[in-house]
Design a protein around this ligand. Structure first.
Ligand code: DAH
Length: 358
């Protein structure tokens, strides 16, 4: 075979092989490598061209045309294969990223306030709408604020009734305890007023956790109270009754009858326990109110002169009322919850039902 025919045959073979490889290329990266392998400076075509130099000069233009035709055929086939692959890859990508908009959505669980927190918020909102200012006090209290200043001296039997958690603090005279009620906030709020050189009127609402060494169906070692008091000139039992009537009707969202029943608290004189018409039987008498038609909801009274004296407020000029209530108890009554422990077990079925009831 002449030199030129042999070159032509080589070119034809190279082209056939290349076109087959281009058509088979799995992806555009492989194709790119093939482009370099065939058309690149050190590629197959270049090495065939090296043989052209050996040809007689009159044959060179002939083979030149042939080389060009091959080059064009390869370039064209590469472009075509490239655009086909690009189409294919795009289709694959679209398929892989396809979103089925008819599938059901993934719901994110919605949280809700704990029923006790919800109750607290409702109560605080009612009192602040009535003009009571919010105050806070520490959960770790001292005997002065929790007892002495509230007219519960050291040997007073009421101290024993409070089932107090004391801290064991050796070597200090300053005994600390977990507050057994929110009444110490009365003392702190009145002291703060007096210390700042102020004087009544004072109308304060405070809420928070209280602790008692006590646990059964109706008692938990930690529970929440709301404490309310007002001190001014000429505050009377009638003011107390009016505030209670408004608050209880607003909280229970209906006109509830109330009655004040004489009672004893060391920090109030006179003192009264407050009952509401039973919310379960509409005041008619049922198992829950033991047939009486009344349910006890809180303790109240006119602030004892000794309490005002303890904080330096002149009881011959000022008088005040105070009351304190158990938040869990009121929430239980409002929603007919039978067991106090449900609040602390955090069973999601209970929490969900309560959370959606608002
Ligand atoms: N501190 C009392 C208790 O925890 C509740 C109470 C009764 C608060 C009468 C008062 C009140 O402010 O006047 O049992």
């Amino acid at each position: 075979m002449s030199e030129i025919d042999s070159l032509k045959a080589q070119l034809q073979e190279l082209q056939d092989k290349a076109l087959a490889l281009f058509a088979d290329a799995a992806n555009s990266k492989v194709l790119q490598e093939l482009r370099v392998a065939y058309l690149g400076k050190k590629g197959e075509l270049t090495s065939v061209l090296k043989g052209v130099g050996k040809l007689p000069p009159e044959d060179r233009p002939v083979i030149g045309q042939f080389v060009n035709a091959t080059k064009n055929a390869l370039a064209e086939a590469l472009d075509k294969a490239e655009s086909m692959l690009a189409e294919k890859e795009k289709a694959l990508r679209i398929e892989a990223e396809r979103i089925d908009v008819t599938l059901p959505g993934r719901k994110s669980a919605q949280g809700a306030l704990h029923p006790v927190q919800q109750g607290l918020n409702d109560m605080m909102a009612i009192f602040s709408q009535m003009g009571f200012e919010m105050a806070e006090g520490p959960e770790i209290e001292d005997e002065f604020h929790n007892f002495d200043a509230l007219n519960i001296p050291a040997e007073h039997p009421a101290r024993a009734n409070h089932d107090t958690f004391f801290f064991d603090m050796e070597g200090t005279a300053d005994t600390k305890l977990l507050r057994t009620h929110t009444s110490p906030v009365q003392i702190r709020a009145m002291q703060a007023c007096v210390d700042a050189g102020g004087e009544p009127p004072l109308a304060v609402v405070a809420s928070g956790r209280v602790y008692r060494c006590d646990s059964d169906v109706t008692h938990s070692p930690m529970f929440h109270q709301v404490e309310v008091f007002q001190v001014d000139k000429d505050v009377s039992l009638a003011n107390l009754k009016g505030v209670l009537q408004h608050f209880l009707s607003a909280y229970f969202e209906k006109d509830v009858p109330i009655r004040l029943r004489p009672h004893y608290f060391p920090f109030t004189e006179p003192s009264a326990e407050v009952d509401i018409g039973c919310v379960f039987c509409n005041h008619k008498g049922c198992r829950i109110c033991k047939g009486s038609g009344w349910i006890e909801v809180l303790g109240s009274g006119m602030i004892h002169p000794n309490v005002l004296k303890a904080v330096g407020i002149d009881s011959s000029v000022y008088s005040g009322f105070a009351f304190g209530l158990g938040v869990e108890r009121l929430v239980m009554l409002k929603h007919g919850i039978p067991d106090l422990r449900l609040f602390f077990e955090n069973d999601v079925r209970f929490l969900r039902r309560m959370g959606s009831s608002k």
